[in-house]
Design a protein around this ligand. Structure first.
Ligand code: MLT
Length: 204
């Protein structure tokens, strides 16, 4: 997968896995990583699917309707890529925190739904429920930060609450931050997630 890797200065910190939104690329979220924790190593990945020229992490059939078969395939592809990248760049595969926005948050959510050891934590900005009707692995050691817009036209507050219930049902510690700027990623939620990350992973 196309990507950028930057080795950090604090090797005890988790590697931040950056996952962009639809139409973004591996460069989009790099400034965010410095705001979250400047010492962390960063692996920023470009989604392998193109929708009218816009990179995404998996296909969709319509707005908000995911191609489940492709989602499952692409989730495995990303998980396998993480295994390879950890060997190549010598970062701790067991200490990766995903930072995803929108479509990137959805593939990160799908990693959590499908693989117990894919991530050691996740920051999900404006995620949706990636799949329904499957058992989740035990996520009791995987802290999750979710931010969501009360007036998000792409993801309703009900869907956010459903996602929180699913993660909590899998024993994950979840923190939710609500905004009122629709589907936009705001500075306030980035700041809130930075505070959460430092606390959850003892980074200060
Ligand atoms: C998705 O397709 O993953 C969601 O609708 C978010 C987006 O628009 O990318």
């Amino acid at each position: 997968m196309k990507h950028v890797f930057r080795k950090g200065t604090d090797l005890k910190a988790p590697t931040l896995l950056l996952l962009h939104g639809t139409g973004g690329d591996e460069n989009d979220l790099l400034p965010l990583a410095s705001r979250l924790y400047p010492g962390a190593s960063v692996l920023s990945v470009r989604g392998n699917v193109l929708e009218n020229g816009m990179p995404r992490f998996f296909r969709r059939l319509a707005e908000g309707v995911f191609d489940e078969e492709d989602l499952i395939f692409r989730t495995k592809e990303l998980n396998d890529f993480l295994d390879q990248a950890a060997l190549e760049y010598q970062f701790d595969r067991d200490h990766v925190v995903a930072v995803g926005y929108s479509n990137g948050a959805n593939i990160a959510g799908s990693l959590l739904f499908h693989y117990q050891d894919a991530l050691s934590g996740a920051i999900l900005y404006h995620p949706m429920v990636p799949r329904r009707g499957i058992p989740l692995p035990d996520l009791s050691r995987v802290p999750i930060f979710i931010s969501a817009g009360k007036n998000d036209p792409i993801c309703s507050p009900q869907e956010t609450e459903e996602l929180v219930r699913l993660f909590e049902g899998a024993q994950a510690p979840v923190q939710v931050h609500w905004t009122s700027f629709g589907h936009q990623l705001t500075g306030a939620e980035v700041d809130a997630s930075a505070g959460w990350l430092r606390k959850a992973f003892d980074l200060d």
